[in-house]
Design a protein around this ligand. Structure first.
Ligand SMILES: [Zn+2]
Length: 292
């Protein structure tokens, strides 16, 4: 996304802030539990730093599993870790998906511990009256909610990926995804209703995002399944190493269009050049996204 600024690069992963977040950050600062300046702003920045650490948890485990990570993008409704491919092993997907909530849980414990020490030292009254002393307590709750919320067994939450990877050997990937997406849509409707009744526009925005992401994930997996079933030597050809992109298009990578569901035999066309291979691979670039 071009409307984003890179604020840091960790292990080659750019952490980018979308322009909408720069605009909305003062609003979050004003609606938080503190006076806007400087504590409200510190609070808002801290929340997104926690989201970035959650995403970084996914990204670093993904790198370890050999999955390329394009970037981490921070948006007003949360963060997105954009990975360039699906982990081939369901077990790897579980590790990658679990890493984010694990980071949030560790942060909740760390801030909870600091909050407890401050409460014991200064007393609960002083802690809750002071913006700086109560910050760890607020961050502990925020990270706890982030971990628990993301473990819901629905797309596009992390729990949806864990659920899908766990269900895949039993019912197949498409059916497992369909179930996780269905739960995601039900959750989105529930959030949307709560958002409407409480006039919470963030919640409504999140609900809309969850609803469409859940559907998109299912369609992407359906499409990939159809594509794979009609490909020869797909596993080797669909994801050639970067060097192969530019040097020589694999000869067995022959289909240039996704097959339709009623075509059992797809007319094979030879791939013309490396650009064509990149174009086809690009179809899968948006498959694996993580969001909170
Ligand atoms: Zn996550």
């Amino acid at each position: 996304m071009s409307n984003a600024t890179t604020i840091a690069t960790i292990r080659g992963i750019p952490i980018r802030v979308h322009i909408s977040l720069w605009i909305i950050l003062p609003l979050i600062a004003m609606t938080g539990p503190y006076p806007p300046m400087p504590w409200g702003l510190l609070f808002a920045v801290s929340l997104f730093a926690c989201v970035a650490l959650h995403e970084l948890g996914h990204a670093l485990v993904a790198l370890k599993k050999g999955v390329r990570v394009r970037d981490i993008l921070l948006l007003p409704i949360g963060g997105v870790a954009q990975m360039e491919e699906m982990p081939s092993e369901p077990r790897d997907e579980i590790w990658i998906a679990a890493a984010g909530p694990a980071v949030s849980l560790l942060l909740a414990l760390l801030f909870g511990f600091i909050g407890m020490l401050l409460t014991l030292s200064f007393g609960p009254q002083s802690v809750f009256r002071s913006p700086i002393l109560s910050l760890p307590v607020h961050l502990a709750f925020f990270n706890l909610i982030l971990a628990v919320f993301n473990l819901a067994p629905s797309f596009p939450m992390d729990g949806g990926r864990i659920f899908r990877a766990w269900m895949t050997p039993r019912v197949g990937k498409v059916e497992a995804t369909r179930r996780a997406a269905k739960i995601g849509k039900i959750m989105a409707i529930a959030f949307g209703l709560v958002g409407l009744f409480s006039t919470n526009f963030f919640l409504i925005a999140i609900a809309i995002f969850i609803y469409f992401s859940a559907g998109a994930e299912y369609r992407a997996v359906q499409f990939q399944d159809l594509f794979m079933r009609n490909m020869t030597s797909f596993g080797r050809a669909a994801r050639p190493a970067p060097a192969e992109h530019t040097k020589q298009a694999p000869r067995e990578y022959t289909h240039t269009q996704p097959p339709t569901s009623d075509s059992d035999s797809v007319t094979a066309e030879p791939v013309k050049d490396a650009k064509e291979v990149r174009r086809i691979n690009g179809v899968f670039d948006d498959l694996y996204k993580d969001w909170h």
